[in-house]
Ligand binder design. Structure first.
Ligand code: FES
Length: 151
């Protein structure tokens, strides 16, 4: 295993899920219930996330980093459509990782195939902040063309 895992049971909320892989048994993760900011370290862009707007209904788990980033025009590669079947949405959560749902086995397995893996790496489509902390993410260098296209 490349990185330390922090696993815990993810409590189900019964909320409808978007971006679900029918071949994975994944529990629903509640969307954030309080306001927080999401800063993209590469560009300095900061997104104010209002919980009443979540989820945005984009790709990935509802309320995930991918859901939020795509809604705000930040292009992040997501080849599988946000269903935890690739590693192209890899981001490094530099701040606020403790406020996000823990990575499950399927995410960890996909992350192991991601280039530039760090101990703070997550799949943007699977990482759902709970809003208790502000978040800062870095989108890896190999994905920076996508960032510049979105600005
Ligand atoms: S978009 Fe494929 S795993 Fe996130």
């Amino acid at each position: 295993m490349v990185r330390a895992r922090h696993r815990a049971e993810v409590s189900g909320s019964g909320e409808a899920m978007g971006g679900v892989n029918p071949y994975l048994a994944q529990r629903a993760v509640p969307v954030a219930k309080q306001a927080f900011t999401l800063r993209i370290a590469n560009s300095g862009q900061t997104i104010a996330v209002a919980p009443e707007q979540l989820p945005f209904g984009r790709d990935g788990r509802p309320g995930s980093l991918l859901d939020i980033l795509l809604h705000h025009g930040v292009r992040v590669d997501h080849a599988c459509g946000g269903v935890c079947s690739c590693s192209t949405c890899h981001v490094v959560v530099k701040k606020g990782l403790g406020s996000c749902n823990p990575a499950d086995d399927a995410e960890e397995d996909m992350l192991d195939t991601a280039p530039g893996l760090t101990g703070q790496s997550r799949l943007a489509c699977q990482c759902v902040p709970n809003g208790s902390q502000d978040i800062e993410v870095e989108i890896p260098a190999w994905n920076r063309n996508a960032i510049s296209e979105g600005e």
